[in-house]
Design a protein around this ligand. Structure first.
Ligand SMILES: Cc1cc2nc3c(=O)[nH]c(=O)nc-3n(C[C@H](O)[C@H](O)[C@H](O)COP(=O)(O)OP(=O)(O)OC[C@H]3O[C@@H](n4cnc5c(N)ncnc54)[C@H](O)[C@@H]3O)c2cc1C
Length: 338
């Protein structure tokens, strides 16, 4: 009988969330160590078409659980739809993104099944005779824990988004696809999504932000950090920074980035006055485009940056902010009288 590592994937408009693809890739590595297959379960109204992308990142089987009542997220709906699937799948290991939605329903299932469920997971591997080993952040990232289950028991792991990043797709891979239409009773969903609001960059979780502007000790104080913040606002980006900036009180402590802070994977990461210490760089490895401004041309961040600018942030930031303000300003039409 086939053995499975099961992933619960989440959708977003137009595709699968990057955090879900990270889980599929992590599951692929774990499954290869166990000689198992990767089964991905996803929920929605018409989600079977996403099987291709899941296969390209490592899925062997995709189970699409479809119902029109699942078009919008509901913790009760997901639980009703997925609990029987998961029971049937009999996984060796269960992986899911550590997201707000997963946290809304999976712990309820874990309590019901007495399933050990671990959040803030950074890495999963197999040790000994096939026991899962999970490395996870704890105490807000101040230290890491290594957990091993030396018993044949199912473990659920919620993977921190952005830790491993998404690798290139293997387009030649294919998966078996099963579509299931469960019988659901939406009248018994006690929660439902009424509307989805665009995320506020100021409050969006850093590991889900697409753009981040960061300030370090080189900002020189709250005034310099204020300029970094102004640029972030102008770009619709989230504000981040280094641990030193947070320790100085220039930045909220939950917004510093690095091995003991937030792990991020934005499309754009801009760093001002950040030296690029190893502990900081390990938090931005999955960033797509890194732009750094530093007055010291030997600063390590400039080696990591795709675009490095050697200069004084106090001169560069006001110019950048003014340019962006001019671009954002509505065009003025001049009327001339003959
Ligand atoms: C156990 C441990 C865990 C840690 N975890 C983390 C972590 O998770 N995240 C983290 O960030 N740090 C962490 N640190 C701290 C880390 O080692 C560095 O000290 C820190 O990242 C440096 O912060 P910084 O780049 O802001 O400051 P600095 O290293 O002081 O760098 C400031 C930079 O600004 C530049 N600069 C100065 N003035 C200007 C200017 N006017 N214009 C442009 N550039 C300028 C300088 O050239 C310099 O490169 C940890 C340390 C330890 C010991």
């Amino acid at each position: 009988m086939d053995k499975f590592v099961v992933v619960i994937a989440e959708c977003e408009p137009g595709g699968v969330t990057p955090a879900s693809l990270e889980c599929v890739e992590e599951a692929r590595e774990v499954a290869d160590q166990l000689g198992a297959r990767v089964q991905v379960i996803l929920c929605g109204s018409a989600v079977a078409a996403l099987a291709e992308i899941l296969a390209a990142h490592g899925a062997d089987q995709v189970t699409a659980v479809e119902h029109e009542a699942l078009a919008q997220f509901s913790a009760d709906g997901w639980l009703q739809a997925l609990a029987p699937m998961l029971l049937h799948a009999h996984p060796l290991l269960l992986l899911a993104p550590d997201s707000g939605q997963i946290r809304a329903w999976l712990p309820r299932l874990a309590v019901r099944w007495r399933l050990p469920l671990v959040g803030c997971c950074m890495r999963i591997s197999i040790v000994g005779d096939g026991y899962p080993e999970i490395i996870r952040n704890t105490y807000g990232g101040a230290c890491q824990e290594r957990l091993i289950w030396p018993y044949a028991t199912l473990v659920g792991a919620m993977l921190t988004p952005g830790v491993r990043g998404v690798g290139p797709p293997q387009v030649e891979r294919h998966a078996e696809v099963t579509v299931i239409h469960p019988e659901l009773d939406p009248a018994h969903f006690r929660d439902r999504t009424v509307r989805t609001l665009p995320a506020d960059p100021k409050t969006v979780s850093l590991n889900e932000a697409e753009r981040i502007v960061s300030g370090g000790f080189g900002a020189g104080g709250p005034a310099g950090m204020g300029l970094v913040k102004q640029l972030a606002e102008q770009l619709g980006a989230a504000l981040g920074g280094t641990r030193v900036a947070a320790d100085r009180g220039w930045l909220a402590v939950d917004r510093f980035i690095g091995s003991t802070g937030q792990i991020v994977a934005p499309k754009l990461y801009m760093a001002f006055g950040v030296s690029g210490a190893g502990q900081h760089l390990s938090g931005i490895t999955a960033s797509e485009l890194v732009i750094a401004v530093n007055s010291d041309r030997t600063a390590p961040i400039l080696k990591r940056a795709d675009l490095g600018v050697v200069g004084d942030l106090h001169q560069i930031l006001p110019i950048l902010i003014r340019k962006l303000q001019a671009l954002a300003a509505p065009a003025v039409t001049l009327e001339t009288t003959p």
